[in-house]
Each structure stands twice: as structure tokens, then as C-alpha cells.
Design a protein around this ligand. Structure first.
Ligand SMILES: Cc1cc2nc3c(=O)[nH]c(=O)nc-3n(C[C@H](O)[C@H](O)[C@H](O)COP(=O)(O)OP(=O)(O)OC[C@H]3O[C@@H](n4cnc5c(N)ncnc54)[C@H](O)[C@@H]3O)c2cc1C
Length: 422
């Protein structure tokens, strides 16, 4: 490929899925990845119907299902006493939204897009750390650390949480939540206590939560343990150590405590997001994925939003392509920017509040539990705004749900007024 139509910086799930979305339209795409190899961390990821709908459109859903697990239920439990608080019937949810809820190993999803990109003729370049961006004359370019300039009609920066390109748009920093994640993906044969792999389960507790689900057709158990690190909260450097993990979960139920020794205890991740921004496009340069809208993980929508970004952009490129094949790139980027920032703003801000709700203690934990227990299993009013079809135009963006104040738990029999709403 001599001169591509589009250069994408970053070969994560956002960059590769966007590269595939564009290349399957016949657009010539080059991906620049800083690492020596394309790859992802070896842990799981959840894909809700607003993502599997897009995978189906790409012709990749059957393969994704074959590599992952389609669970029957998603269950929320109290981490202290282990009791069930609420659930989603994922088979019914599939009927409701037309597409399944899927859980898959990150590297399996990443390699699915990588293989699709290879088959579609995407130019895939590693060891290309982009350090600067320029534009002019209806072109944009990305320059690597070695000084190589990659020019195209547009440059998409999908370079993640610590995006270099984001500095073109805003002078901000990742926001630390002081929460830390331990992961642990283990063969199910080594689980040594029975775990029901037909369920995605989250145990929510005071300043901590624990998630587990199956991967690779049930061969692997994916586990995530997240807690507020006192040392991170205090601004110390040695945050998140295993002693903090064990202390944070010391008041949780037996099941959760039994899982802790099976986490990877030599590596942990600090949880960050960024405040939403409404401008993602500057001339011929655009942000995408975590570079534009890194969320806290509580809604399990970060990678999905990145995949949606690429799908929306490609739909507008298709719509604004003339019969001679020429694309109105400015128009496509404008249409992308008209619809995506507002949706992602809602997800990023809702994820913060949803996480606060998970981590409540004391009376507010009891209020939350009472409200969750009162929820009807077939009530999808809290998921319609996110699991429905991805909007292409602002007027298609669904209305959000009406939050339920914690204080309304009084009506179902608990405590006094609280302030946090889901
Ligand atoms: C614990 C946890 C659980 C999560 N669970 C879910 C979930 O269940 N569902 C979900 O949808 N999301 C989930 N997420 C969020 C999801 O992982 C991210 O939102 C998603 O991976 C972002 O993809 P991305 O491609 O935008 O960025 P990244 O994955 O960060 O990829 C960026 C890529 O750009 C490269 N790069 C960076 N800088 C440069 C540069 N200067 N030049 C060239 N290349 C560069 C990087 O090497 C990397 O390959 C979770 C996150 C966490 C932390």
C-alpha cells in the first residue's frame, strides 16, 4: 500500500475494529502500533447486544461465539453475605434486543479483528510509536519516533487512555479512582471449588467487588477483583499490593475469599477514566475509543464504545461516498462527532455512579440491596439506552432511564434517605 486513505494510530480493539470496518468498504487503511507485536492482556471482556449486533453486521459474530461463551444469566450478589440481589435472564435479553450477551477472552476478540484486518488487506505496522500529528491541504499525517511520516485523508487516533493525540484537543489527565483491579484467568480444572459457568456473576461489597465468568467454551474461568486501595487514596506510590487486596476483601463471603488466592498476585491495574469532552475532531484528525472516552469499567462498555465508534464512522463514510468512490471525509467526521460524544459522555458518567452504588456500605448498602431485590427480572428500562441499536444520528440516541433515588428504598422497607441514584 503506497498512500492509504486512512491512518489509524493504535492497534487495540478500537483501532483494529475500525480498520476492519473501513477496509471492508474498500477503503485503504494503515494501522500504526507502537508495540513489537499486536496483542491484548490475557483476561476476559463482556460484549453486550449493542456490540454483538455490530459483530453480526461484520460477519464475525458466529466466530466470536465459537471462541467465547454465551451465558444464561447475569447475577448481582452481595459480596458480604453472598445473597442474590438481582439478575438478567440473558436468553430473554437476547430475545429483547435481537443479539446475544457474549463473554470472550480479550486476546480472542483482538485476534478475531486482527485476522479480519489481514484478510481485508489492512496495512499492519508494528514498532511505530506516533509522537506528533500535522494536517493541511485536505490531508493529515502522523509522525513516528523514528521520524517516518504517514499521510492520509484522515488520521484516527485510537491510542488509548494515555493518548498523545488527545493533547491536541484538551489539556487534561486521567482521573484516578484509587480503585485497583487484580485479574486471574485460570483453567476451570484448577478452580478447586465449583463455579457455575452459565452465569456472569458480580459480587458487590463495601469498597470492593468481584466478577467471574467462563471463557473459551468453558475451559477457562475469568476473575476480576477490584478494591479501593488506601495507599492509592493517600497518594502513596506502593498502592494495590496483595496485602491490600486481602484486607479489602476480608469481610466478604466464603466464595469470594476462596477465589482470592487464584488471582494473578504479581500484577495489578489502577482504574482511571477521564472527564468527557465534546470535541473529538480537529480538521482531518479524530479521536476514537479510550483516547476519546476512557470509562471506569463498571458498565463493561469501554471496548464496546470503541467498536461502536468505528462502526458509526464507517457507516457515514459509506453514506458519504460518491459514485466515483470519493469520500466526503469532512462530512463523515462531522457526522461521527455529531453523535458519538454525547452517547459516550452518558456512559462515562453513568459508570462512575454505578460503581459508587456497587461499593456502598452501611445503611446505603441495605437501601441499594432492597431496591435491587425489588427490580423485576424482565425490566429492561435501565438497559434500553445502551443495549439498543447504536445511533447514527443525534436524534436516534435513545432517552436515558429515570434514576431511582436510594431514599425510595424506604418504600420497600429500609432505612432513611440516601443520595446516590443508579
Ligand atoms: C478491569 C477492566 C475490565 C474491563 N471490562 C470491559 C468489558 O467487559 N467490556 C468492555 O467493553 N470494556 C471493558 N473494559 C474497557 C476496555 O478494556 C477498553 O475500553 C478498551 O480496551 C479500549 O480499547 P482502545 O483500542 O480504545 O484502547 P487500548 O486497548 O488502550 O489500545 C490502544 C493501542 O494503542 C497503542 N498506542 C498507544 N499509544 C500509541 C502511540 N503513541 N503510537 C502508536 N500506538 C500507540 C497501544 O499500544 C495499544 O495497542 C475494561 C477495562 C478494564 C480496566
Amino acid at each position: 500500500m503506497s498512500t492509504p486513505d486512512v491512518v489509524i494510530v493504535g492497534g487495540g480493539i478500537g483501532g483494529l475494529s475500525t480498520a476492519f470496518a473501513l477496509s471492508r468498504l474498500g477503503v485503504r487503511v494503515r494501522v500504526l502500533e507502537q508495540a513489537e507485536q499486536f496483542g491484548e492482556v490475557g483476561a476476559g471482556i463482556q460484549l453486550a447486544p449493542n456490540c454483538t449486533r455490530i459483530l453480526d453486521d461484520y460477519g464475525l459474530l458466529d466466530e466470536a461465539k465459537a471462541r467465547g461463551v454465551v451465558p444464561d444469566r447475569m447475577v448481582m450478589r452481595d459480596a458480604v453475605d453472598g445473597s442474590e440481589l438481582t439478575a438478567l435472564d440473558l436468553r430473554d435479553l437476547e430475545r429483547e434486543y435481537g443479539f446475544p450477551y457474549l463473554v470472550i477472552h480479550r486476546s480472542d476478540l483482538h485476534s478475531l479483528f486482527l485476522e479480519a484486518c489481514r484478510d481485508a488487506g489492512v496495512g499492519l505496522r508494528t514498532e511505530q510509536r506516533v509522537v506528533s500529528y500535522t494536517q493541511g491541504g485536505g490531508k493529515a499525517s502522523a509522525t513516528t519516533h523514528t521520524g517516518t511520516i504517514h499521510e492520509a485523508n484522515i488520521v484516527i487516533a485510537a491510542d488509548g487512555l494515555h493518548s498523545v493525540a488527545r493533547e491536541l484537543f484538551v489539556d487534561d489527565q486521567p482521573v484516578s479512582s484509587a480503585y485497583v483491579a487484580y485479574r486471574g484467568t485460570v483453567p476451570i480444572a484448577e478452580a478447586d471449588h465449583p463455579v457455575d459457568l452459565s452465569e456472569v456473576v458480580v459480587y458487590v461489597g463495601p469498597r470492593c467487588h468481584f466478577v467471574h465468568y467462563g471463557l473459551r467454551g468453558g475451559d477457562l474461568l475469568n476473575q476480576v477483583a477490584v478494591f479501593e486501595s488506601p495507599k492509592a487514596r493517600a497518594g502513596l506510590d506502593d498502592w494495590g499490593t496483595p496485602d491490600e487486596l486481602d484486607t479489602a476483601f476480608s469481610a466478604t463471603c466464603d466464595f469470594v475469599q476462596q477465589r482470592l488466592p487464584h488471582m494473578w498476585r504479581d500484577k495489578w491495574w489502577r482504574m482511571y477514566d477521564r472527564d468527557p469532552i465534546g470535541t473529538w475532531v480537529d480538521g482531518r484528525i479524530a479521536l476514537l475509543g479510550d483516547a476519546a472516552h476512557p470509562p471506569l469499567q463498571y458498565m463493561a462498555q469501554g471496548a464496546i464504545m470503541a467498536i461502536e465508534d468505528g462502526w458509526v464512522l464507517a457507516e457515514h463514510v459509506q453514506r458519504l461516498r460518491g459514485t466515483n468512490g470519493a469520500v466526503d471525509w469532512t462530512g463523515a467526521l462531522a457526522a461521527y462527532e455529531a453523535v458519538r460524544p454525547e452517547h459516550c459522555r452518558r456512559v462515562v458518567l453513568t459508570a462512575r455512579v454505578w460503581g459508587e452504588l456497587w461499593h456502598l456500605g452501611g445503611i446505603r448498602r441495605e437501601q441499594r440491596n432492597a431496591l435491587l431485590r425489588a427490580r423485576e427480572i424482565g425490566d429492561y428500562s435501565f438497559t434500553d439506552w445502551v443495549y439498543g441499536p447504536t445511533a447514527l444520528f443525534p436524534e436516534d440516541e435513545p432517552a436515558m432511564f429515570a434514576p431511582i433515588p436510594l431514599s425510595s428504598a424506604d418504600r420497600v422497607g429500609v432505612g432513611s434517605a440516601g443520595t446516590v441514584a443508579p
